[in-house]
Design a protein around this ligand. Structure first.
Ligand SMILES: Nc1nc2c(ncn2[C@@H]2O[C@H](COP(=O)(O)OP(=O)(O)O)[C@@H](O)[C@H]2O)c(=O)[nH]1
Ligand SMILES: [Mg+2]
Length: 207
């Protein structure tokens, strides 16, 4: 367990501090547990703000872990009921951050284990795949599903995203942090984007 400290909160990506330390981002629908997971990983109750209101966080928040790397809490998506297309539901800041942050090593795509095929999550996973953004699926709120249900959820995700790494997590279970920490530690050791060959680098936004 590494304690985390609040580092920065920006409402505009141009305000992101110039910092060479690796970043691992929390991506997911509003209310899926992005902020809770940061708190759970840090074993701190109030490091990241947990909110009952969907769509509240429209900032990108960075938390410094041991001076070594950042966990990045991104705004949630999928809360606007009126959006005409699914992509309209992804705040530009999420897409912009994910496709341009040079120090981003991996994203955790956090899903509610009870809703394994939300169209928003599917769209996000397809988009991240297109953009060559390395991601790991985190099936959160596992305390809400039975072992049998978990088996079916794994099957569905494997069918849709064969080979994509999946982790189970629950803020109610102290043991599930271990796998996430393992994934974070290996991600922060991977090289930064600009040192990858061009064909492996994510593309820039078209719009
Ligand atoms: N049962 C259960 N509830 C969770 C879990 N993770 C988060 N929550 C709850 O989900 C709600 C939204 O969490 P939050 O971290 O604010 O979600 P965010 O919008 O993705 O940052 C809160 O009421 C949390 O307590 C979990 O693993 N199990
Ligand atoms: Mg949050």
């Amino acid at each position: 367990m590494i304690p985390g400290i609040f580092f920065a909160s920006v409402g505009n990506l141009s305000e992101l501090p110039d910092d060479l330390r690796p970043q691992v981002a929390m991506v997911g629908r509003s209310n899926v547990g992005k902020s809770s997971i940061i708190n759970h990983l840090a074993n701190q109750k109030q490091l990241a703000r947990v909110s009952g209101e969907p769509g509240r966080t429209q900032t990108v928040n960075l938390y410094d872990f041991g001076g070594k790397f950042f966990l990045v809490d991104l705004p949630g998506y999928g809360f606007a009921k009126t959006a005409k297309s699914i992509r309209e539901n992804f705040p530009t800041m999420i897409r912009e951050y994910l496709s341009t942050a040079e120090q981003l090593r991996m994203a955790f795509l956090i899903i509610d284990a009870r809703i394994p095929q939300s169209p928003f999550d599917v769209e996000m996973m397809e988009w991240m795949t297109e953009q060559c953004i390395p991601f790991t699926i985190v099936m959160n709120k596992m305390d809400k599903v039975t072992k049998n249900e978990a088996f079916t959820i794994h099957q569905k995700l494997e069918e849709q995203f064969p080979g994509v790494k999946r982790l189970e997590h629950s803020i109610r279970d102290g043991k599930t942090q271990k796998a996430m920490w393992g994934a974070i530690e290996s991600a922060v050791r991977t090289p930064q984007r600009s040192s990858l060959p061009a064909f492996l680098q994510p593309m820039t936004l078209e719009d």
